[in-house]
Design a protein around this ligand. Structure first.
Ligand code: NAD
Ligand code: LMR
Length: 342
């Protein structure tokens, strides 16, 4: 009986129904960096989506085996593999959503910014290909440091004359996933009910959970706010240290990225009630890029939910001011890199 009630069993039965039907929609998704720690479980989760008809897996190596393996799952989407720069363009043709987890992860003792030198170039090269081959796609950037790689992507798209700020997203869903999990645990709430908006950016103190805006409404002591905020800000490092040199979050990240892909596909499919947090071009603060809750629609970002920034607690107000200098300099670093390379 426990098995029948389990999430896995329900997902399996749901999938069985999906298999017997045609896909519910026929979107094409590409994952760049698909053979990596995030890429593989993300590909599996996207393969389970009834909204996807074709899944393109691109990496510089090892992607053939991943695609062969995944293609045996009896869910509707077709899986195609693409290896190396000569196949990059083909991996992007006709794609509706492109997800980018390509790049190196942290090791203990490193900050996300320490990844800049390697990942900035990787993101630049991949975005140039996106601009040339699927300029209308939703672009989901996972590669760190997200606070800088999103501005790099925007500059590259701008240089190519195809930048649509409504379609470029830094993926911060994992911060929300973590905040929801930790708050539910601390306050004994049903996980499915909890939703905490997380704003700012995706590194250290730039990650700011707005605990006062938690749904359902819940009160926290000052100590709880401090403890939860710091845990959410350091959750990536918690995983990096636990993995002790073998990389950073991959499974929870794949779960979070799959949620953001699913939300994007639902929005593309015409669902008018899709909200997520993401790091986007924004006028919410004086910074040009900022993570907040957004409404997604067929054309991408439909609205930025500005009300989340009203009525903040003193703790949140202070934390918001404190994060701005770091976020600003990460943005400027990204922009300067892209402009120097142009
Ligand atoms: P990984 O090393 O396991 O996988 C990265 C993959 O990228 C590898 O398969 C590699 O071959 C591929 N790759 C490298 N250069 C490439 C290129 N030019 N084109 C295509 N593919 C290329 O790393 P991972 O654990 O999957 O993490 C990937 C990135 O995601 C890291 O930068 C990490 O910091 C970041 N990350 C972000 C979040 C977030 O919340 N946004 C969470 C976790 C990890
Ligand atoms: C995370 O938040 O887990 C990722 O950004 C990876 C990292 O380096 O912490």
């Amino acid at each position: 009986a426990a098995l029948r009630e389990s999430f896995v069993w329900k997902a399996h039965k749901q999938n069985q129904r999906v298999v017997n039907l045609q896909p519910q929609a026929s979107f094409k998704v590409a994952i760049l960096g698909a053979a990596g720690g995030i890429g593989q479980p993300l590909a599996l989760l996207v393969k389970m989506s009834p909204l996807v008809s074709v899944l393109h897996l691109y990496d510089i190596a090892n992607v053939k085996g991943v695609a062969a393996d995944l293609s045996h799952c009896n869910t509707p989407s077709q899986v195609l593999d693409f290896t190396g720069n000569s196949e990059l363009a083909d991996s992007l043709k006709g794609v509706d959503v492109v997800v980018i987890p390509a790049g190196v992860p942290r090791k203990p003792g490193m900050t996300r910014d320490d990844l800049f030198n390697i990942n900035a170039s990787i993101v630049k090269t991949l975005i140039e290909a996106v601009a040339d081959n699927c300029p209308d796609a939703f672009i989901h950037i996972i590669s760190n440091p997200v606070n800088s790689t999103v501005p790099i992507a925007a500059e590259v798209l701008r240089q190519k004359g195809v930048y649509d700020p409504k379609k470029l997203f830094g993926v911060t869903t994992l911060d929300v996933v973590r905040a929801n999990t930790f708050v539910a645990q601390k306050k004994n709430l049903k996980l499915i009910d909890v939703d905490v908006p997380v704003i700012g950016g995706h590194a250290g103190i730039t990650i700011l959970p707005l605990l006062s805006k938690t749904k359902p409404s819940v009160s926290f002591t000052e100590e709880e706010v401090q403890e939860l905020t710091v845990r959410i800000q350091n959750a990536g490092t918690e995983v990096v240290e636990a993995k002790a040199g073998a990389g950073s979050a991959t499974l929870s990240m794949a779960y979070a990225a799959a949620r953001f892909v699913e939300s994007s596909l639902r929005a593309l499919d015409g669902d008018g009630d899709v909200y997520e947090c993401a790091y986007v071009q924004s006028e919410l603060t004086e910074l040009p890029y900022f993570a907040s809750r957004i409404k997604l629609g067929r054309k991408g970002l439909e609205a930025i939910i500005s009300s989340d920034l009203q009525g903040l607690t003193e703790y949140e107000e202070k934390a918001l001011e404190a994060l701005k200098p770091e976020l600003k300099s990460s943005i400027e670093k990204g922009v300067a890199f892209a402009q120097k390379q142009a």
